[in-house]
Ligand binder design. Structure first.
Ligand code: GAR
Length: 192
């Protein structure tokens, strides 16, 4: 299963995928390219270190988002991917993009969807006084954070948690959740 990863930042989920791949734990899945919409993304360095081809494609270099999304499709398709993995990719993708990769596009989101779609998920969970939160891997559809859920993991919220400590605990859980979903997709254990 050929995977193209889209990132925008820290790339710690990408790092987890690279580590699982390096240890032969990703089933038949292989990351064939990493694309970032920002040149500063630390994830690009992680991919370089693992000798995975990288590309920066910035939406600021295109006249509009539709032109960017179509250029992104064109570039991604040169890698003939079976699966597109959004790993902290912080742009909302167009309907055309999402339709082109129907059932081939997954995302990880730092909450127990359908709770807390969008941004600031940890802050909202803390403000609501929730006892637990989590992370969700889901198929991407044109409605943001609303596609079918593939798998979730729960994470407890402690009394002394801040946004930062909670984010770190959720990220830690994401680093097992995402690779395990991708492994199971590649092994045919999850239906597309
Ligand atoms: C992760 O927590 C991921 O769930 C979240 O961004 C972080 C990326 O971290 N994604 C979203 O909020 C998508 N809407 P990373 O770059 O270190 O993997």
């Amino acid at each position: 299963m050929r995977i193209v990863c889209l990132i925008s930042g820290g790339g710690t989920n990408l790092k987890a995928l690279i580590d699982w791949q390096a240890n032969d734990l990703l089933g038949g899945a292989r990351i064939v390219a990493v694309i970032s919409n920002t040149a500063a993304a630390l994830g690009l360095e992680r991919a370089d270190n693992a000798e995975i081809p990288t590309k920066v494609l910035s939406h600021h270099d295109f006249p509009n988002r539709s032109a960017f999304d179509h250029a992104l499709i064109e570039f991604i398709d040169t890698y003939e991917p079976d699966l597109i993995v959004l790993a902290g990719f912080m742009l909302v993708l167009s309907k055309d993009f999402v339709t082109h990769y129907d059932r081939r596009l997954i995302n990880i989101h730092p909450s127990l969807l359908p709770k807390y779609k969008g941004l600031n998920t940890h802050k909202r969970a803390l403000e609501a006084g929730d006892n637990y939160t989590g992370a969700t891997v889901h198929w991407v559809t044109s409605e943001v954070d609303a596609g079918d859920i593939i798998r979730q993991v729960e994470v407890p919220i402690m009394g002394e948690d801040t946004e930062e400590t909670l984010k770190a605990r959720v990220l830690d859980a994401e680093h097992t959740l995402y690779p395990s979903v991708i492994r199971d997709l590649s092994l045919g254990l999850i239906e597309c």
